[in-house]
Design a protein around this ligand. Sequence first.
Ligand SMILES: Cc1cc2nc3c(=O)[nH]c(=O)nc-3n(C[C@H](O)[C@H](O)[C@H](O)COP(=O)(O)OP(=O)(O)OC[C@H]3O[C@@H](n4cnc5c(N)ncnc54)[C@H](O)[C@@H]3O)c2cc1C
Length: 330
Amino acid sequence: MTAEQNEYVASLPMILDEVEVLRVERVSPSFVRIELGGPALAELGPDGPVYDQRIKLIFPNAAGGLPSFANADESWWTSWIEIPEHERGSMRTYTIRDVLGEGAATRLVVDIVVHDTDDADEKDHEDGAGNRWALQAAVGQRLVTLAPRKGQEFGGIEWEPGAARRLLLVGDETAVPAIRGVLRDLPADAQGAVFVEVPVDADVQDDVTAPAGVEVTWLPRNGGARGEELHAAVLAHLTGTAPAEALTVTEDEIDPDLWETPVYSSSGEEVAEATAVPTDDSPYAGLYAWIAGESKVVTGLRRKLVNDLGLDRGQVAFMGYWREGVSMRS
Ligand SMILES: Cc1cc2nc3c(=O)[nH]c(=O)nc-3n(C[C@H](O)[C@H](O)[C@H](O)COP(=O)(O)OP(=O)(O)OC[C@H]3O[C@@H](n4cnc5c(N)ncnc54)[C@H](O)[C@@H]3O)c2cc1C
C-alpha cells in the first residue's frame, strides 16, 4: 500500500480499501470462510458490539481487476456506479463474522454461502459474483471492502431489541454469521429462542456460543422446501401449536427489497418512532423478533406475525437478505 492510499483511507469516514485473503476454509458444504487482512483494517469498527454488522465486498471483474478508490471522497458511490458494470467489479452485502487481532494485524472474517445460481451457463460474470468468487478463493487474492471505521458513524447494525424481555431470532444460512454475532454479544441473562435453517446437516455450526437462556434450534433442509420447516417451527414456538398447513406466499406478495425494522420500511409504511415493546397482556408483550433470509420466506413470516398474530411493527425486524432468482448486484 502506498502512502497516497493511506492518505485517502484516512479521509473517508469508513474503510473503503483493498484487503488481501489470508486464509480460506471450506467449513462445510455451504460455507466458505474467508479471513481478510491489510493495513486498511487497522481501525476496523464498530466501536461497540458487532452484532449483525453488515459490510460490503467488491469482487474483481472478469479480467481480475478491482476498482481503485484512491483519493475517493464522499461521492465514491456515484463515481463507482458510473463505471461500466463489467469493469467496476461486483458489490455484495455480507456480515462480519468475527474481528480477530488488533491494530495492523486486524483480520476480518466473513462466511460466504456457496449456492447454485439460476444462470447455469454463467455467461454473465456479474450474476452470482460472490458465489463464484468464494468457490475459487485463494490466499493472496485481493478484494475491496466497505466496512465501519472505529470512531465513525457507519450504520449497518439492525439488532435493536430495546427493552425486550424475550428474543426471537430466525434466519437461513445467509443469516448464520449475523445470528452468531448477536448470540455472541448478548448479555448473559438474555432469554429467547433461535431458529436457523441451513441446507444440510453438515452445515450446522454447533460451536455457536449463546446465553444459557437462549435455545438454538438448527433446521437442516436436507432437500426439503426452503422455509417450510422454519415457518412451522417458528409458528409452533409462538402459538404453542404446530400449524395445520404449510405457509403459502404468492409471487405478488413478495417484495424483493423487503426491509422492515422498527425504524425503516422498504414498502414506505409508517414506522414506529422507536423500538416499542408493548406492555399489554398480549402473549407477545415484551418480545423482539429479528428475522432475516430469503425474501419469500421472510414475507411469509411477516404476514403471519404482523397480520395474523398481531405483533407490533415496533417489535420486529424483517430483512430480505436475498431473493431467489434475483441477483443482488449493485
Ligand atoms: C445485511 C445482509 C447481510 C448478509 N450477510 C451475508 C453473509 O454473511 N453471508 C452470505 O453468504 N450472505 C449474506 N447475505 C446475502 C448475500 O448478500 C446474497 O446471498 C447475495 O445475493 C449473494 O450474492 P451472489 O453474487 O452470490 O449472488 P447474486 O448475484 O446476488 O444472485 C445470483 C443468483 O443466486 C441466487 N442466490 C443468491 N444468494 C443465494 C443463496 N444464499 N442461496 C441460494 N441462491 C442464492 C439468486 O437468487 C440469483 O438467482 C447478506 C445480505 C444482507 C442484505
